[in-house]
Design a protein around this ligand. Structure first.
Ligand code: BGC
Length: 825
């Protein structure tokens, strides 16, 4: 939205504001709200996390309450390669953001996948900047079409979680320009995001929040970004350099640097007031964009609608990637199957990445539920867990707790403004789980002292399975848990600061034999301790699996007895998360052995993999069918059943190369670094590296099979292109198989000879088409001089070097069907 129309009003407001009001506008009130200026009728802007659904959480006045549609995660969205679909999903996300009373969703995340181990790979789109940019544009256009804003994140070179708050990404300029910045650049130029979130890390020694070259020079001046640069939560470390560099908004609140400290800095001539004015002007622009400054009619919001559920399923349907399908093993023919074995703990779980992007959905469909819903009248379905992949426990869910009123899901929470739970509670409310890191405002802003409080939770806990249940309590201060009156966890770890927050030493564990379905009286207490800078508590568990004996043997014997077996394999809920990286690429819990053993007794076996990033799969030779389901969101179970039984033809394509071994990954030697992370592979990230070095991956970038076949014909391209000219490439694609389906047609450019070393080829276009059997269509790509260019840091600038180029069109980076040579004059 163009701010020109509001220019006069913004300038007039700015003139009326005192310095103190201007700096107020530049920081948060609490975790999600900006500071309102009542005197001038300026309300707060409210933000909440994305990217794949609206995060509902928080307590007190900054609480965002409710449940939200959980869409497939970022990498899965991008695997659809479908701009139109992601734009529609963006509209759905915006409708829910509005319904939650928020104005901005904190996403999308367009950081590049560098190492398979990066904890937040699942949240982002791809190893390829072009693809990440295109999907980012679609997402932002969709959201912002509803007059809800986005926060494009995390700017920049933020590609791992190890040392996430202070790590230093050491990246040369060409690599930044060609790999780590273009997705941001494209989204800024083509979709005008309302805000961009700078990352926690440093880039070449300078914190992203203080990086004048990245924020002011490149983002604002060169790319013309007219929105607000917001800090990642807690990423500001100074009063002076961030405002100088172009940071506009410090989050979360209350301000540590941009409030009174900034005002004092202006008053003592250490900061020029015009810098504050620029930031305040941008904040006012944001308020006008959000429509909160005037009585405008805003699009209507909506929450759990059939349309949103259908959209979540559609995205999951198009995201899943059929990696292998020997002898057309899939789709399964339901008329041939009387008994189906569904194996894997992930078949009864809904796996999702962890951290700020976690969504509390309206409902979850597990794979087993999805299969049962589709097939219950056609066949008998049996389940075995097969493996235990739970390396980390998961948060005890609200469904397990019942409030003392006997009805409400969750626990009664009583909050006290003292350290001994004495007297009347200052706040009584329902908490759905015990998982809190009380930054900023504490557990109830303005009512409870954030550094000096205690909480008691009461209700009951009901397990879903009988057997050994393990509980884990992680906290600062003191926390205790009682079950049926017995103290089972007692954890007194004292106060912690950012330098001694360390997972393991803060965890108490207990293992108890519990009975399925029985309600156990539950009580827990938390005491922050005097002036605790990091008040946190987390109650997690590993529920009993509900079976006796050897998991693998039980699964094998079931598979032997059935006509087909589906193994739902992969990572469990807590492997990929914000806050940490994975230690390795292997599948946990003996899954490799299980897959081989099941396939050996039942050749009609398909393996489904849940992961948001590459995992090692050295068993692919042993099975005929492998489907990558990612973390497919709340409708994932249904989407999976649709694909396995042929109601939907798979069309997802990999956005990240799957290497055979972790050691093959280009970042392997320099990852994770210590505090400095050398981006030593430079521009050779993902397929750019595997191709240059001729290292065969397990599955290449862009790969994904279909139940039908497509023919590519009639490539038309200019044999000569003038310097500075746009040009077109076209071809015809025909569905020559038996069933309808989508195909993702990919266009790569190769610079045959160049002064600087270049990748073998680079993605510069794609189109997704849907064709009935026998149907054909013409696909046209428009290319620009930039698509032929590399970045020369000595100019500095983009260079399209005259000489020979190739245009390569295919179904994956390794499955090129048509090519042509042309000369750049
Ligand atoms: C994350 C962001 C998130 C923010 C607010 C940060 O720790 O890095 O992605 O949007 O918290 O929850």
């Amino acid at each position: 939205m163009n701010l020109e129309t509001h220019h006069k009003k913004i300038e007039s407001l700015l003139k009326q504001m005192t310095l103190s009001e201007k700096v107020d506008l530049l920081s948060g009130l609490n975790k999600w709200y900006t500071v309102p200026i009542e005197r001038l009728g300026i309300p707060s802007v409210v933000m909440t996390d994305g990217p794949h659904g609206i995060r509902t959480e928080g307590h007190g006045s900054n609480r965002i309450v409710g449940t939200a549609t959980a869409y497939p995660h970022g990498v899965a969205m991008a695997s659809t390669w479908n701009r139109d679909l992601i734009e529609r999903m963006g509209v759905g996300l915006a409708e829910e953001t509005r319904q939650m009373g928020c104005h901005i969703i904190l996403g999308p995340c367009v950081n590049i996948v560098r190492s398979p181990l990066g904890g937040r790979n699942f949240e982002t789109f791809s190893e390829d900047p072009y693809l990440a940019g295109q999907i980012g544009v679609a997402y932002v256009k969709g959201v912002q079409s509803q007059r809800i804003g986005v926060s494009l994140k995390h700017y920049a070179a933020n590609n791992q979680e190890i040392e996430r708050f202070r790590g230093n990404s050491v990246v040369d300029e060409r690599t930044l320009r060609e790999i780590y910045l273009p997705a941001f650049e494209t989204v800024v130029k083509e979709a005008q995001p309302w805000t961009v979130m700078c990352s926690y890390n440093r880039i070449n020694g300078i914190y992203a929040s203080e990086h004048e070259v990245l924020l002011r020079k490149i983002l604002k001046e060169e790319w013309g970004f007219d929105g607000v640069v917001v800090s990642d939560w807690g990423a500001v470390h100074d009063i002076f350099s961030p405002i100088q560099a172009g940071l506009d908004l410090e989050m979360p609140g209350p301000a540590r640097y941009f409030g009174q400290a900034l005002e004092a800095a202006v008053n003592t001539w250490q900061v020029d007031e015009c810098l504050v004015d620029d930031a305040a002007r941008r904040m006012l622009g944001l308020l006008f964009r959000a429509g909160v400054m005037e009585k405008v009619e805003l699009p209507k919001g909506s929450g759990d609608t059939p349309a949103h559920r259908a959209l979540a399923r559609e995205v999951a349907n198009e995201a899943m990637v059929l990696l292998k399908n020997e002898a057309n093993q899939l789709p399964f023919d339901r008329s041939q199957i009387k008994k189906l074995a569904v194996i894997g703990l992930n078949a009864i779980s809904v796996v999702s990445g962890g951290g700020s992007s976690r969504v509390d959905p309206h409902h979850w469909a597990t794979p087993l539920e999805g299969l049962r819903a589709k097939l219950c009248n056609d066949m008998e379905i049996f389940y075995e867990p097969g493996y235990d992949n739970r390396s980390n426990p998961r948060t005890v869910e609200k469904e397990r707790f019942t409030h003392p009123d006997g009805q409400t899901q969750g626990l009664q929470a009583e909050l006290f403004n003292n350290l001994d739970l004495s007297g009347q509670p200052a706040v009584t409310r329902v908490d759905t789980q015990i998982k809190n890191w009380w930054g900023g405002g504490g557990p109830a802003t303005g009512v409870i002292d954030p550094k000096h409080f205690s909480i008691r939770w009461t209700g009951s806990f009901t397990p879903t399975e009988s057997g050994e249940t393990q509980f884990f309590l992680s906290n600062t201060g003191t926390a205790r848990v009682w079950l049926d009156g017995e103290l089972i966890l007692d954890n007194d770890v004292g106060l912690r600061t950012s330098s001694n927050i360390d997972g393991e030493s803060m965890v108490a564990k207990a293992a108890l034999k519990l009975e399925k379905g029985r309600a156990y009286a539950f009580k827990a207490e938390y005491i922050s301790g005097e002036r605790n800078p990091f008040a946190l508590v987390h109650l997690s568990y590993k529920p009993a699996l509900g079976v006796e004996g050897d998991l693998l043997e039980r699964a094998v014997s079931l598979a032997r007895d059935c006509d087909a077996a589906i193994i739902v394999a992969g990572l469990s809920d807590t492997f990929e998360s914000e806050g940490y990286d994975r230690p390795e690429m292997d599948l946990p819990g003996d899954q490799d052995a299980l897959i081989r053993a099941v396939a050996a007794v039942n050749p009609n076996t398909a393996v489904v993999v849940n992961a948001g990033a590459p995992v090692a799969m050295d068993w692919t030779e042993a099975v005929d069918a492998v489907l990558l389901a990612y973390y497919p969101g709340q409708e994932g179970g249904h989407a999976l059943a649709d694909i396995l039984f042929g109601d939907v033809n798979p069309s997802g394509k990999l956005t990240v190369t799957f290497p055979k071994r972790l050691e093959d990954n280009p970042a392997y030697i320099n990852y994770p670094g210590v505090r400095d992370v050398y981006y030593g592979e430079r521009i050779f990230v993902g397929y750019r590296y595997y191709e240059k070095k001729d290292v065969q991956p397990l599955f290449p970038f862009g790969h994904g099979l279909s139940y039908t076949r497509f023919a590519y014909r009639g490539l038309a391209w200019p044999e000569q292109v003038g310097t500075g000219e746009d040009f077109k490439v076209s071809l015809t694609v025909e569905n020559i198989g038996e069933v309808p389906g989508h195909e993702v047609v990919q266009l790569y450019i190769r610079d045959v000879e160049s002064a600087l070393v270049r990748p073998v080829k680079e993605l510069k276009g794609f189109e997704k088409v849907y064709l009935a059997p026998g149907e054909k269509t013409k696909v046209t790509f428009k290319l620009t001089p930039r698509d032929l260019s590399y970045y020369d840091p000595h100019l500095p600038g983009w260079v399209a070097e005259p000489g020979e180029f190739e245009v390569l069109v295919g179904a994956s980076s390794q499955d090129i069907r048509l090519s042509g040579t042309f000369e750049l004059l």
